[in-house]
Design a protein around this ligand. Structure first.
Ligand code: GLP
Length: 261
């Protein structure tokens, strides 16, 4: 696991955008796994800048989002499809047919089928080359809440009250936050070839220390990233403040041997 601590969220987002830009230049039909929430917003702004000012070309790129709220149509202002359109998709030259977000408008028997189809779409695209993740204050990734199977696949999940509260800012009222979501599973996320997790601010410090230095377990789903061969955790000072070995991580990053992945 690579731990990269930067002075602020802007420099983290510029670093993450550079990683994506290098991938897309090397592999124009790259498959990106994307996240929602406040953490990746500045990363998306930087990708838009790279597209506009430096001609970074997304025409052949495919994207898969991590999750979506059950019951919200794509046009709903708080749906993740809408979030992605406003914050990224509408500003790049992506082919809309290759921007996948789990379906929110599914019910009953359709759910399992829709989840299997999402997994199949990821497989058909050749798997995810680079997955962007945020982290919930309880250590969730995607919407895999504590106690989620570490081998899980795309499925319906029930949000904790804490996550519903954390995400209430994206809704008109707290009561409007759905209870159910469709999310890529932890097993699905772990198959991405490379993972970049972004976390900013003191409110994430506890989850980050569990993810990086705690035991691996379903009680803190992000801790599974310790098992991934190419996962990086990108932090600002606030999110890094509880890490016991943070000075070591800083030294490692500052002295990274050339050629090390
Ligand atoms: C939601 C999303 C997660 C995201 C988390 C943190 O739960 N489903 O993918 O990582 O929020 O959000 P934020 O970046 O706003 O703190």
């Amino acid at each position: 696991m690579e731990i990269i601590i930067q002075p602020n969220a802007d420099s983290v987002c510029r670093y993450a955008a550079r990683q994506i830009a290098e991938l897309v230049k090397r592999k124009p039909d790259a498959v990106l796994g994307l996240a929602t929430g406040s953490s990746p917003v500045r990363l998306y702004a930087e990708l838009i800048r790279l597209h506009r000012e430096e001609g970074l070309d997304f025409q052949r790129v495919t994207t898969f989002n991590l999750d979506e709220y059950v019951g919200l149509p794509p046009s709903h202002l708080s749906s993740y499809r809408h979030f992605m359109r406003v914050n990224l998709f509408d500003h790049l030259n992506l082919d809309p047919a290759r921007t996948f977000v789990p379906p929110g408008l599914v019910a009953g028997e359709e759910i399992k089928e829709a989840c299997e189809k999402y997994e199949e779409e990821i497989r058909l695209a050749g798997g995810i080359d680079l997955q962007i993740l945020g982290i919930g204050s309880d250590g969730h990734i995607g919407f895999n809440e504590p106690s989620s199977s570490l081998a899980s696949r795309t499925r319906i999940k029930t949000l904790t009250q804490r996550t519903r509260q954390d995400n209430a800012a994206f809704f008109k009222t707290a009561g409007e936050v759905p209870h159910h979501v469709i999310t890529m599973g932890i097993g699905t996320i772990m198959e991405a070839k490379r993972i970049l997790l972004l976390a900013f601010g003191e409110s994430k410090a506890q989850a980050v220390s569990g993810c990086v230095e705690g035991p691996i377990g379903a009680s803190l789903p992000a801790s599974i990233l310790q098992m991934h061969p190419r996962a990086a955790v990108l932090l600002d000072e606030g999110a890094a403040q509880n890490l016991r070995r943070r000075e070591y991580y800083r030294w490692v990053f500052a002295h990274k041997p050339s050629g090390q992945a």
